[in-house]
Design a protein around this ligand. Structure first.
Ligand code: G6P
Length: 615
């Protein structure tokens, strides 16, 4: 979703802003713009579509760009007003002296717009953001103090904002403010940065100050002052980012998605590191800050998440119920927040999120906290808003994920759920010890098995080529792999725009079977040794009888499978209960190669955002 970067200092401002925006590109956007301040003026440059268009625009107008000393930049993902040049940020006040960029949604913008229009402000766009520009300019005209003007203005805003402001009459200064949308300051030597997320600044500094809601940062090249909304100075900690700029490079892979898929064995090793080191030792999950006596009595867990994280939550539900016998409900955050839930102080609420910034999940977590629940957050971003709301925090340590389609963060979430389920089972004494030892052993072996899958993708690539012209797919599975079917189908939809739906295989007969014919391939997940294998096999036979083309994803060596199915994607032997941590990999690869074969924009699929920071 939208991204912000601001810079004040000696470097080439245009390059810093473009680099910062490029590093935020992965979040998804439809237009971009920057405002440059030189000693006498502020100029705005905008373009529709990808950043390359903005670069070209800047190149064409290079002659008019003097020596900028500060600048703010933005990539926009349209919420209010269509993607267009006029709606792209930065937005200016009527006289053009003041510019703003903004992430979030201003809920009372219509009332403010009406008021400001009556005062003579000329609105040019359909955005809520433009209101902020006029509002701050109006306040500035009264006080001639930009900091005070921003403070007075944000007090009038309802909704969510991370906003940056510059004024022609106050050079060498950027003011940032936030509420319900992330914003941070990057601290340098004789230069400072402001951004909505860390990748924007990582090339230049790892020292950051995270703003909290209702805080305002006043940034010059030599100083950073943070105040609360009343103007009281707040002493902030300067933190050091854990990321390396390397994380933002494709390292020779054609796409970030492919690189991130290949990183998964190491991601698993990272997640297990320090938590599962010996099969005879209990899982060391000190991150769960609930007393073991409380955990022993725990009988209700609710997991809230969106998108791919919701699918990891479904795996979590299955295994926590299986290992620890605790009842678990899983719900999409967007549903959870608009109904009367039964969450109470005795419920453990788990929020799962790659970004830690998904607006619906943040709202859901706040609601659960208000009900007195202990909130455990499983996230890839320990520096996120959600992490800061957590009573307990499990960082999944997948490293920065750039591709919009989540892959390595999913596997890291799934593995974290295995550790959590085993930890709960050990505390409750609800699982057979030798069975658990075997599972731990298998978990440690998983990265090597995934490396085996990644080392030979020929069949997956052939399958992708063979099936890339189909318009619809059905993925079926049962039990713990139902979530894998949902996730595999989601991956295909996200990056190839092919309609794919995951179904519980037993539900095929209750409706979806009506759609089956030779135009609708069915992909079946078949893991032998468990309770679902034979069932999914017979559901696949039913599909075959309706002329559907069949793809198997299986660890079975049964030759009959080769006869029944048109293509067989084989994975190494794995117990059914742990298999979601490996079945996801060929499904990610299949989606990847189909999208790549079709020439789609794999890393930045249309209409999608990496981090959905608005409801
Ligand atoms: C967006 C992304 C998905 C992601 C979902 C939830 O829709 O495109 O890949 O699964 O948000 O995001 P989260 O950061 O909360 O896991």
């Amino acid at each position: 979703m939208c991204g912000i970067v601001g810079y004040v200092g000696q470097r080439d401002v245009v390059s810093v802003l473009l680099k910062g925006l490029t590093n935020l590109e992965y979040r998804g956007y439809d237009s971009a713009g920057i405002a440059l301040q030189d000693s006498g003026d502020i100029k705005v440059y905008k373009s529709l579509g990808k950043l390359i268009n903005l670069k070209n625009e800047l190149e064409q107008r290079r002659a008019e760009i003097k020596q900028p000393i500060a600048g703010i930049g933005h990539i926009r993902w349209a919420t209010h007003g269509s993607p267009s040049l006029v709606n792209a940020h930065p937005h200016s006040c009527t006289c053009g002296k003041l510019v703003v960029v903004h992430n979030g949604i201003i809920e009372n913008y219509k009332e403010l717009r009406e008021e400001l229009s009556k005062k003579g402000c000329e609105f040019r766009s359909q955005t809520d953001t433009e209101t902020i520009a006029h509002l701050v300019a109006d306040e500035y005209s009264k006080t001639k103090n930009l900091e005070l003007a921003v403070r007075n203005s944000v007090k009038k805003l309802q909704g969510a904002y991370a906003v940056c402001v510059m004024h022609k009459d106050v050079p060498n200064l950027i003011i940032g403010a936030r509420k319900h949308a992330p914003m941070l300051v990057g601290v340098g030597e004789g230069e400072n940065f402001i951004a909505s997320d860390t990748p924007a600044i990582i090339e230049y500094t790892k020292r950051t100050i995270y703003l909290e809601d209702n805080e305002i940062a006043v940034v010059t090249k030599d100083t950073v002052k943070v105040t609360d909304i009343e103007g009281n100075v707040v002493t902030k900690k300067v933190e050091t980012l854990p990321w390396e700029p390397m994380a933002l490079s494709k390292l020779g892979y054609k796409h970030f998605m492919l690189k991130e898929i290949h990183e998964q064995p190491d991601v698993i090793r990272n997640v297990l590191n320090g938590k599962l080191y010996d099969i005879d030792e209990p899982i060391a999950l000190n991150e769960v800050k609930l007393d073991s006596e409380i955990l022993k009595k725990l009988n209700k867990i609710e997991i809230i998440a969106c998108g791919t994280s919701l699918h990891a939550a479904l795996v979590g539900k299955y295994i926590i119920e299986d290992f620890a016998g605790i009842s678990v409900e899983v719900e999409a955050s967007s549903e959870y927040i608009y109904r009367k839930t039964t969450t109470d102080a005795s419920t453990l609420v788990i929020g799962v999120s790659q970004s830690g910034e998904t607006a619906d999940t943040i709202t859901a977590i706040k609601q659960a906290k208000a009900k007195g629940s202990h909130v455990l957050i499983i996230t890839n971003r320990p520096d996120s808003n959600m992490a800061r709301l957590a009573d307990s925090l499990i960082p999944v340590n997948a490293g920065i994920e750039v591709s919009v389609a989540a892959t390595k963060s999913y596997i890291a979430q799934v593995i974290s759920f295995y550790l959590l389920a085993m930890h709960l089972a050990e505390i409750k004494g609800s699982i057979d010890k030798s069975y658990l030892k075997n599972l731990k052993h298998e978990l440690i072996q998983l990265p090597t098995k995934i490396e085996e899958v990644l080392s030979n993708t020929t069949t997956i690539q052939e399958c992708a080529r063979k099936f890339s012209s189909y318009k619809n797919f059905i993925y079926i599975a049962r039990g713990v792999n139902l979530a894998s079917a949902f996730e595999g189908a989601l991956k295909l939809k996200e990056i190839s725009y092919i309609n794919a739906t995951g179904y519980a295989a037993g539900e095929l007969k209750h409706g979806p079977i009506a759609m089956l014919d030779e135009t609708m391939p069915v992909l079946s997940i078949l893991i032998p040794g468990g309770i679902t294998y034979e069932k999914v096999l017979s559901n696949s036979e039913e599909a075959k009888a309706r002329n559907a083309k069949l793809i198997a994803l299986t660890s079975s060596n049964d030759k009959n499978i080769d006869v029944l199915f048109d293509v067989v994607l084989r994975i190494p032997q794995v117990s059914e209960i742990l298999s979601p941590a490996i079945t996801c990999v060929p499904l990610q690869l299949l989606a990847y190669y189909i999208a790549e074969f079709l020439g789609k924009d794999v890393d930045q699929p249309r209409n999608l955002a990496k981090s959905v920071t608005v409801e």
